[in-house]
Every structure is written in C-alpha cells, then in structure tokens.
Design a protein around this ligand. Structure first.
Ligand code: G4P
Length: 188
C-alpha cells in the first residue's frame, strides 16, 4: 500500500536486530487518517470473505482492528495478555515472543469467541508469527474459523508469513519489509 510504504520510508527507524520503529504513526503516536486508509484497504482486500467478527491482541493491534470493525460494522474483540481474575470461561493459549524473549499467556472469553464465528484477525506487525499462531489456536478452541489475517507491516525476513500461510490462512500485509540490513529499510 503506497501511502503506508511512503510513511515507513519517511518516519520509520531501524534498530539493531531487525526492528523497525514506527512510533511516530502506529505504536505510540497514532495517525488516525492513515489508520483509516489502512482499514479501507483491508476491507477491499477481504471483500470476498464472509466475516462476522474482528479479533486482535492488545495493545497495538487494537487501533487498526477497531477501524476495520467500524467500517464493516462488526464487533471487535481483543485478546488479553494477562488472565483477568474476574473472568471465567476463558480460552487460553501461550505465545512465545522472540522479540521480547518471553512467553506470555493470551486469553479470550468464550462469551466473545463463539462456535461458528468467522474471524478476521488484525495486527500491527507480522514478525515470527507466534502471536498469529496463538490466535489461530484460540479460534480453533472456540470452534470458530479464522477466515483471514491482516497485518499492517510484515517483515519478510522473519518466518511468520510462511508459518501462517502454511496453515492455509488468507494472509494480507499492507507493507512488506524485505530487509533492514545495515539499517536500510528495503520494501518489497
Ligand atoms: P510475532 O508477534 O510475529 O510472533 O513476532 P515477535 O514474537 O517477534 O513479536 C513480539 C512483539 O514485537 C509483538 O508486539 C510484535 O508486534 C512486535 N514486533 C515484532 N517486530 C517488530 C518490529 O520490527 N517493530 C515493532 N515496532 N514491533 C515489532 P507485542 O509484544 O504484541 O506488543 P504490543 O502489541 O503490545 O505493542
């Protein structure tokens, strides 16, 4: 998506270890106009797909997910990274984060992910794909169906894209980073 790629080149910053910092418009300060444009693009790319629920994971996925939910007039559920003590009836999975080198628990209430739901997952980054695999696990546990996964930015030099596409899921990424070698942003 042209406007996102241009913004990444203008405001994105490379950090050692293949990290792209987009704090200026996605991960800290957020640009709602760009967020809306990206949501419109997701709606276009998943136009042929029957969806009744948007799923994301806190924190950074929430903003793009709610924009998509707003446009499609569908409920948006965010998976929680800590199991609330007051919440019963939970679906739970474990996700390993390579970037942060920790394993965390992700959970969703069975009240909000139902058998037969046709789920579109939206998130900011696709890196190693473990968060995405965890979401597929939660959707399967619920007896729902993951009909699509949309990411703002995919890092093609990490294995997440292959892992998720191998699951047979329709994956769309609005900008694909080929490499961040030598702190140069190379886009596909
Ligand atoms: P995965 O989500 O694809 O499995 O990859 P990984 O375990 O490596 O990512 C862990 C966290 O780091 C995720 O956010 C992911 O979005 C984020 N991340 C991965 N690569 C980059 C990058 O190059 N730049 C930025 N800005 N983030 C990256 P999270 O822990 O869920 O954090 P948040 O949603 O609460 O912000």
């Amino acid at each position: 998506m042209k406007v996102l790629k241009e913004r990444i080149l203008k405001d994105g910053k490379c950090f050692p270890g293949g990290i792209l910092k987009v704090d200026n418009f996605i991960n800290h300060q957020m640009d709602p106009i760009l967020m809306k444009s990206m949501a419109v693009e997701f709606v276009r790319r998943f136009a042929g797909t029957k969806i009744n629920k948007i799923l994301t994971v806190e924190a950074s996925g929430i903003a793009p997910a709610i924009m998509v939910g707003y446009l499609l007039e569908l409920p948006v559920v965010f998976a929680k990274k800590r199991q609330p003590s007051t919440m019963e009836n939970m679906l739970v999975t474990e996700v390993f984060s390579f970037t942060k080198n920790t394993t965390y628990t992700v959970c969703v209430s069975k009240d909000y992910l139902l058998p037969g739901d046709k789920v579109l997952f939206i998130d900011d980054f696709l890196a190693n794909g473990n968060a995405g695999l965890g979401m597929i696990d939660l959707v399967n546990q619920a007896g729902a169906e993951m009909v699509g996964m949309g990411f703002l930015i995919e890092k093609a030099f990490q294995s997440g894209g292959n892992k998720l596409r191998q699951q047979g899921v329709h994956v769309e990424s609005l900008a694909i980073i080929e490499s961040l070698d030598d702190c140069q942003i190379k886009l596909r």
